[in-house]
Each structure stands twice: as structure tokens, then as C-alpha cells.
Design a binder for this molecule. Sequence first.
Ligand code: PEP
Ligand code: MN
Length: 338
Amino acid sequence: MIVVMKRDATSAQIGEVIARVEEWGYRLHLSEGEERTIIGLIGNGRPILREQLESMAGVERTVPILRPYKLASREFHPRDTVIRVGDVAIGGEDFVIMAGPCAVESREQLLETARAVREAGAHILRGGAFKPRTSPYSFQGLGEEGLRLLAEARKQTGLPVVTEVMDPQQVALVASYADILQVGARNIQNYALLHAVGESRLPVLLKRGIMCTVEELLMAAEYVLSHGNYQVILCERGIRTFEPYTRNTLDISAVPLLKQLSHLPVIVDPSHATGRWELVEPVSCAALAAGADGLLVEVHPRPEEALSDGPQSLKPERFAALVRRLRAFAWAAGRKLP
Ligand code: PEP
Ligand code: MN
């Protein structure tokens, strides 16, 4: 349920509504817009007496939220959420590009990639230190050493860092190095992890699960939001279908759909969505056209030597060409690409 206050509601009237619903056993989420204040009620309190609320001074109307996600829903928070990471704003007018290797493999590999993507125009550096690999015999990531290297790359390039966290007990460690915590597709329904990142104060990049519906993605976001962390970025990275020519199938319609259903920023990962570097550029342009707020792209200086996801990684010069192409499209999509 949300309570929409009148334009001219006073702070005393808002305070009275808050006191009343707290008395009924609800937690509150206050959204103070330029025009009016919206009060969201969360939790299972006493049955809400809508007439009583609507008869209070300053209240315009009450609106029940029928969807299972509340804090993530557009009704609850009509304006777009914009998440600031350093100088970068995700979810606003700017189209934000996050790029870097799938995995941090070595100091040289990471620093070379970080410099190249910054030069080409990326805004945020990605790189996995803890890797969720299908095979236990594959490279599992450098762990904390990888995090240290990411921090060094941030220092050298000025780019904020996004990296994956796989375990609730790792959150504090990863958060001590990262600027954004990534929850990977395989962990989107790891509720203990969602709870832990929900208690962190860092933004969370939440990837859609391999077999996850749009509603399940929003419910995962709701877990993070309901633990007090309102900075969630949704990421469409393809889902599993019967089509084997691509690694996953990018659900492009999920982008405008998520933007309609939710106020949270939505980005697209064209690398995992396709599994093929040749498809990354066209799919990235489609994401921009569909209204995505940004991209998460894998880049490797020598993809043929990559310890993970080489076939979908762009070489730095291809990444630079991609950013140039996106710049040409950004204007038509009504976005800025700083
Ligand atoms: C990744 O970003 O490197 C990754 C493992 O992605 P996903 O969780 O989408 O498979
Ligand atoms: Mn990868």
C-alpha cells in the first residue's frame, strides 16, 4: 500500500500519517518527490483502514500494490532510481559502460585491460576475483589477490570497480575492495547472499538467473531492498532456451518491461547473453535502443589465452569500436554517452 500525500501537505500532516501507520505495525519507505511525498507501507501490520487514512489531513489517496514486489515496483517509487558511484550516475540520462575481463588473471592482464577500456570510454571496470565456474577443474579466480589487483587498477585508472561476490561470508571482504557488488546469475536465488548484500551499503548489480522469470528477478531485488539497501541495478544477461548457437538467449523485451515495472536501473550483459564476441556489438546497440541504462561487457587483450570466457571477450580495439558505434546511436536513443 502507498499513501500519496497532497501537493500542499505539511510536514506535520506527513508526520501524523507516519505515526498512525507505525502504530499499526508497518515499516515505512518515504519517497519525497519534487511535487509530493509518497509513503510506502511495508510488512504485515494490522489490516489497513484505507478510509481512515484517506480521511486524514493532507492525504490525497491510498493505492494498494498488488504485485508481490513492493519496494522494487514503479507504483511504490514512480521516479527512476539513479545510483551514484563516484562520478558515474547509473539510471539517469547517461548510458554507462562497465567493461573488463571476465576474470582477473594477472596484474599485467588486468592493468592492460583497465587502461584500454578507460581509454576507449568505459566508466566502470569489471573483473571477477571469485568465479562461479561450471566445472570445479576450471580456473576459480585469484580470490583476494584478484580484489587487491582490482583496487590497484582503480587507483591507476580512476575507474570504480564491480566484482562478483558468491558467499554471504565474503561480502565484507569483497565490499572492502569493490565499489559495486555483483550477484551472479547462479546466485540470484541464494537468499542468504541477497540478505547479506542487502545489509551492505554498496550498490548491488543483480544478474537475472539462467532460468529466472522477470518476476523472480524483481523478487530477488526485493530481498536486497527489504534489507535496507535501495541501490540495486538489474542486469539482463540472457536466459537458457532451446537455441544452442548462442550461449544464452537475450530477452531484449525484458529491458523495457523491467523499466515499466520497476524504478531500478537496468543494464544488459551482451557477452554472457550471446557467448560470441561477433554478436556483442549488434546486441549492445539493441540494448541501447531498447532503453537499457548501460552495459556490462567482457574485454580481454588476448581472448585466445583467456582463462574464462575468451570466445565472448572483445579485444580492446573492438571494444573501442563498439563505444564509437554506441556514441553514434546514443543521441537517437535520447541518451548521453559521456
Ligand atoms: C560474469 O559476469 O562473469 C558472470 C559469471 O556472469 P553470469 O553470472 O551472468 O553468468
Ligand atoms: Mn564471464
